[in-house]
Design a binder for this molecule. Structure first.
Ligand code: ATP
Length: 344
């Protein structure tokens, strides 16, 4: 289903929860709504579902305005974070629920339910009750149930939030594959940036009711358009006073400019290792954190600037050690603009 949202607003009393949000979604795309808690992601999803009505703006599915259409007539499937399965019903009956409501013929229901049970890898579990399943299996039942009536749009609200880290990882790639195979337009809410980056074709960053940026995960990471997006996606250090950074002296001619530095734009080593020592900062290793496949090294530069950098090697640096820091590039921001600058 092709979706168009124009100037969407939602107020709860005096509180303006969704502010002038506009976007399009192409048919078959998987979109992640990402942002901090309370930003308005769920409110947007609920308005698309018809569970909440917009204060103003238009929601258009396949060229048709659906603002007044009740949820059951919108052709959507909904998956919630807490599964919302019917506890007293078997897996089979849970999946069949939407089809029974539509009063489909018994044989047809049976064929469709078994097809979905197969698709979601639940064969052999059809007679179990939700309490006899693991979290991951329950969430797959919830997917199967949402997909049974052949929705044109699948809406998922934090679908992996209640699931253990390891299973969550498996379920994410499973969901991505399944949605690609079915070609169903899907929108999911998450506050987990890794999840959004890994799963979504496109991410929409939502904060304080506004759509900050929409784009592919790569585009958002590489070309953040606001300071909020740059600091929300990926790891970074914000430098309040750019004049502190060697090689970025030009930036000081723009007022109120801050710099944002990604760990991969930094080289840290012993002073003798750098070809142009004058371009480097003096620093001291403060902390080293082990992250499984890599080390995060925090280096103190000057009196109050802490720069984070990533290393794949152990034992090259130690806390307390004097080092040189070369910042290759930085994102610069002020009130009205953002741009990328390389070390001069
Ligand atoms: P989370 O990740 O915590 O679910 P979210 O980005 O999905 O956050 P929403 O659930 O859309 O955010 O909420 C946006 C804001 O609107 C919040 O401040 C919330 O308290 C408020 N809000 C949501 N629903 C209602 C309601 N029915 N009545 C009053 N305020 C509401």
């Amino acid at each position: 289903m092709q979706i168009e949202v124009r100037n969407l607003n939602k107020s709860f009393g005096d509180f303006h929860a969704v502010r002038n949000v506009s976007f399009n979604v192409e048919k078959g795309h998987l979109i992640g709504l990402l942002g901090p808690s309370g930003g308005g992601k769920t409110s947007i999803l609920r308005m698309l579902a018809g569970l909440e009505s917009p204060s103003s703006g238009d929601i258009v599915f396949e060229g048709k305005r659906v603002n007044e259409l009740p949820p059951q007539e919108r052709g959507i499937g909904f998956v919630f974070q807490n599964y919302a399965l019917f506890k007293h019903m078997t897996v089979f009956d849970n999946v069949a629920f939407g089809l029974k409501v539509k009063k489909q013929a018994k044989e047809r229901i049976r064929a469709r339910v078994m097809e979905l049970i197969e698709l979601t890898g639940l064969k052999g579990f059809e007679h179990r009750y939700p309490h006899q399943l693991s979290g991951g299996q329950r969430q797959r039942v919830a997917f199967a149930r949402a997909l049974a009536p052949e929705p044109q749009l699948l809406l998922l609200d934090e679908p992996f939030a209640a699931i253990d880290a390891k299973i969550r990882q498996e379920l994410r790639s499973w969901l991505k594959d399944m949605i690609e195979r079915l070609g169903i337009t899907s929108i999911f809410v998450t506050h987990d940036q890794d999840e959004a980056i890994e799963v979504a074709d496109e991410i929409m960053i939502i904060s304080k009711g506004r759509l900050e940026q929409k784009g592919t995960p790569w585009d958002i990471y590489k070309n953040p358009q606001t300071q909020f997006v740059a600091s929300f996606i990926g790891e970074s250090t914000i430098v309040e006073d750019v004049s502190k950074l060697k090689g970025f002296a030009n930036a000081t001619s723009w007022p109120d400019t801050k710099a944002l530095i990604r760990p991969e734009y930094i080289e840290v080593g012993r002073l003798s290792e750098f070809r142009i020592p004058s371009a480097t900062e003096r620093g001291r290793v403060k902390h080293i954190h082990f992250r499984g496949s890599e080390w995060l090294v925090e280096v103190e530069v000057g009196s109050n600037l802490l720069i984070t950098y990533r290393s794949l090697e152990k034992d090259i640096l130690h806390p307390g050690e004097e080092v040189s820091v070369l910042v290759h590039r930085a994102y610069l921001f002020n009130e009205s603009d953002s741009w990328i600058m390389e070390n001069a």
